[in-house]
Design a protein around this ligand. Structure first.
Ligand code: FMN
Length: 186
C-alpha cells in the first residue's frame, strides 16, 4: 500500500500527550499540508492560529472549564469538575482553523485543511485530535474576546481546532467501520 493510503487508514485520534513541544520544522510541515488542502474556487479561505504559549493554553483551558460549568448540561458540568481538566488533553500545541465567512465554503475548506493537518502529523509520528469545545467556546462572549486576543482575522469564523503533540501512550485502535455507508450505482 502507498504511504498515503497507509496513513489514511492508520491515523487515529490521540488523547495522551507528552509535555515536550513538537519541533518547529515539524509544525511547518503540518501547516504546509493544511495550506495545500483543496478549497472551493481555490480561495484558500482558512487561517491557522498556532498556540504553544503555556500561559495562553492555560487561559483557554480555564475559559472552556468555566463555559462547561455554566452550560447547564450535566455531562459537561461533571467533566469540568475533574481535577486535571483539559479538553485538549494537555497537548503542547493547539491549532485553531478559522475561515473567511465571505468565502464560498469556509467550513468545508477548513475541515479539509484540518484533515490534512492530522494526516501530516501522523506521517511525522505526532499525535493529534480534533477538539470541538474550542469552537463552542468561541460562540460565547468570552470566546469572542479571546478571538481578538489570538489575532484571529476580523470576519473569520472558527471552523475547528486540533491538539498536537508526541503520543505518550499506546497507538489507539480503530473502531470497526459502520456497515451500509456506501451506495454504488453502476
Ligand atoms: C468534527 C469532529 C469533532 C471532534 N471533537 C472531538 C473532541 O472534542 N474531543 C475528542 O477527544 N475527539 C474529538 N473528535 C475525534 C473523534 O472522536 C474521532 O475522530 C473518532 O472517534 C474516530 O476516531 P479516530 O479519529 O481515531 O479514527 C472529533 C472529530 C471530529 C471529526
Amino acid at each position: 500500500m502507498s504511504e498515503v493510503l497507509k496513513a489514511l487508514v492508520e491515523r487515529r485520534s490521540v488523547r495522551t500527550f507528552k509535555p515536550e513541544q513538537i519541533k518547529d520544522s515539524e509544525l511547518q510541515t503540518i501547516l504546509q499540508a493544511g495550506q495545500f488542502a483543496p478549497s472551493a474556487r481555490n480561495q484558500q479561505s482558512w487561517h491557522f492560529t498556532v498556540v504553544q504559549k503555556q500561559e495562553i493554553l492555560s487561559k483557554i483551558n480555564s475559559l472552556i472549564q468555566q463555559h462547561f460549568l455554566n452550560s447547564g448540561v450535566e455531562a459537561f458540568v461533571e467533566r469540568a469538575k475533574a481535577e486535571n481538566f483539559s479538553p485538549f488533553y494537555h497537548a503542547p500545541t493547539l491549532i485553531i482553523v478559522s475561515g473567511d465567512e465571505t468565502a464560498v465554503a469556509p467550513h468545508q475548506d477548513g475541515a479539509l485543511a484540518l484533515g490534512n493537518l492530522f494526516l501530516a502529523a501522523h506521517a511525522l509520528n505526532i499525535g493529534s485530535v480534533w477538539i470541538h469545545s474550542l469552537r463552542t467556546l468561541f460562540d460565547s462572549a468570552e470566546g469572542r474576546a479571546l478571538n481578538k486576543e489570538l489575532g484571529i482575522p476580523a470576519g473569520y469564523v472558527i471552523i475547528g481546532s486540533g491538539a498536537f503533540g508526541y503520543n505518550a501512550g499506546p497507538t489507539p485502535q480503530a473502531a470497526p467501520r459502520k456497515e451500509g455507508t456506501v451506495t454504488i450505482i453502476k
